[in-house]
Design a protein around this ligand. Structure first.
Ligand SMILES: [Zn+2]
Length: 89
């Protein structure tokens, strides 16, 4: 094998490598970027004061009481909270 052929082969392998792994890498980077953005938006967790579970803020049931906003995992917990607050006063 002449050195010129080795260089051509090396170039071909490099092009193939770029085609196979270069494009895949770029796609993965885009996918993980969009995934990160989504998880950041959903990962704002708020504690349910009734059952002490953490709920994503966007999915939580909200109620305002005495100027404070409370977040609940469900309508049921919201009701329980309001009833408990009512009993105490
Ligand atoms: Zn709850």
């Amino acid at each position: 094998m002449t050195p010129v052929r080795i260089i051509i082969l090396a170039a071909l392998f490099y092009i193939l490598y770029r085609l196979l792994f270069g494009s895949r890498k770029r796609k993965q980077a885009v996918d993980s970027e969009s995934g990160e953005q989504k998880s950041v938006a959903q990962d704002i967790l708020v504690e349910d004061p009734v059952c002490h579970t953490y709920v994503p803020k966007q999915q939580a049931v909200k109620t305002k009481k005495d100027g404070e906003t409370y977040y609940f995992c469900s309508e049921k917990c919201c009701q329980t909270f309001l009833e408990e607050q009512g009993e105490k006063r």
